[in-house]
Design a protein around this ligand. Structure first.
Ligand SMILES: [Zn+2]
Length: 435
């Protein structure tokens, strides 16, 4: 099972000084900042998924790539852009897609088949996913005809037909013009039967690598029902890719249904988007310790401006928390005393939320002290601090590393209890996965 990490230009600055919170004045972001695969000795994924929507932006948003970077990606190709050739014994695969969640609200995809092919070929991808339109409804009941009338709403059916039509066109063009990447067809549906129908059609067109789209919001049981039906029509030569999946608890069953790859940003995003499961361990997850900066935190500044919070008191409380955490890490301070300082600071910046119990659990376990990954070894307690992009992203990198190890373990040892990845809310996942 191959794991693809979707790219959202998440890089870290190696010159960042965590004690002083300063950067090297000579830092050039594009040259010096590091991707997750450059931080670990063994990169924690098999490939990178790059979305056209993220590179170029859609519907008025500008995407994650500044113009200069976008042009460089097209000029150099993905291998050079992501500097993967500099990593010994690692041959990642690159998959391109359109980022269909970013235009889910529009009536049709904003790209033509030709534009997408030009993007894939120009960037030198190994795999290119056909242009698709996500169906967000999951309603198996629609398949039952009522009084002879079709239960599936027209716009939903249209999205599936459009996706298949685009896949047909996409396949034809990739075949006729001898392109370098392997085409991957997308199946969209609203029920197990409709997904199976889409897969059958895609196989008829000629695809032997098919991505299942729109499964992100589904419950595990529903995903398995879809997989089961798809498996009934799947040819033995057809490989499946799951677009945006978080549930590695079912990874073994997925692989039995012909799933050979998937992508997920959840391990990275949960580090700083989730309310409580921010730091993964091999069999659990912990809440990161929030010590937001007084300066630069919008919510905090509002409270200070309105006179609810005294700036000097806030600053003193923030510095105390940072110092106490550092002393705790060195074994010079008890958890109870750190907790008191954290709770006091919490009352200043987020009085409605009490995280004391979650923090107690984190401090009691001090999981960063036991993690052998490069991030935790280098950062110490800074990795557990929910504070600024440099720490938060590195914690995300650590999560990706743990997730990859869990994945390998889940597949490798058949009798071992499966490890559950904390599930993330549907809305948050959709928002994170592709936008
Ligand atoms: Zn770690």
């Amino acid at each position: 099972m191959k794991y693809f990490l979707p790219d959202a230009q998440d890089l870290v600055d190696p010159s960042f000084d965590f004690g002083r919170e300063t950067r090297s004045p000579d830092r050039i972001r594009q040259r010096d900042d590091r991707y997750a695969h450059e931080v670990f000795e063994k990169p924690p994924y098999n490939g990178i998924l790059v979305s056209k929507g993220i590179v170029e932006g859609t519907g008025g948003s500008s995407g994650r790539y500044p113009q200069s970077q976008r042009l460089r990606l097209l000029r150099e190709g993905v291998q050079e852009f992501f500097r993967v050739n500099e990593i010994p014994r690692w041959k990642p695969e690159f998959m391109g897609d359109c980022g269909a969640f970013s235009y889910v609200k529009e009536s049709k995809p904003p790209y033509t088949v030709d534009e997408v092919i030009e993007f894939y070929e120009g960037c030198n991808f190994d795999f290119g996913i056909s242009v698709d339109h996500v169906i967000l409804d999951y309603k198996p009941g629609w398949d039952v005809k009522m009084f002879g009338k079709d239960g599936v709403p027209k716009p939903t059916k249209h999205r599936q037909e459009l996706t298949l039509e685009l896949a047909r066109d996409f396949y034809k063009r990739t075949r006729s013009s001898k392109l370098h990447f392997t085409p991957v067809g997308v199946a969209q549906g609203w029920s197990p039967n409709s997904y199976a129908y889409a897969v059958r059609q895609l196989q008829r067109i000629g695809y032997d690598y098919i991505a299942l789209g729109g499964v992100v919001p589904l419950k595990t049981d529903d995903v398995l029902r879809v997989m089961q039906k798809v498996d009934d029509v799947r040819l033995t030569s057809t490989k499946l890719h799951m677009l945006g999946v978080t549930r590695i608890a079912e990874v073994r069953r997925f692989s039995r249904f012909g799933v050979s790859s998937f992508d997920s940003t959840s391990p990275l995003r949960q580090a700083f988007k989730d309310d409580k499961d921010n730091y993964y361990t091999s069999d659990d997850a912990y809440t990161a310790i929030r010590i937001p900066q007084v300066q630069g935190n919008a919510k905090f500044q509002k409270r200070i401006r309105s006179g609810e919070v005294d700036q000097r008191v806030a600053r003193g409380s923030e510095q105390r928390c940072l110092r106490y955490m550092e002393e705790f890490d060195r074994g010079k301070r008890k958890a109870s005393s750190v907790l008191k300082a954290l709770t006091e600071y919490g009352k200043l910046y987020d009085p409605k939320k009490d995280r004391t119990e979650a923090y107690r659990r984190t401090l009691d376990a001090a999981p960063w002290k036991h993690c052998p990954c490069e991030v935790c070894s280098a950062l110490g307690h800074h990795v557990i601090l929910f504070r600024g992009a440099e720490r938060n992203r590195r914690r995300g990198f650590h999560n990706v590393w743990v997730f990859y190890r869990r994945l390998q373990r889940g597949l490798g040892r058949r009798r071992r209890k499966l490890v559950l990845v904390p599930e993330i809310s549907v809305a948050a996942e959709q928002q994170q996965a592709f936008v």
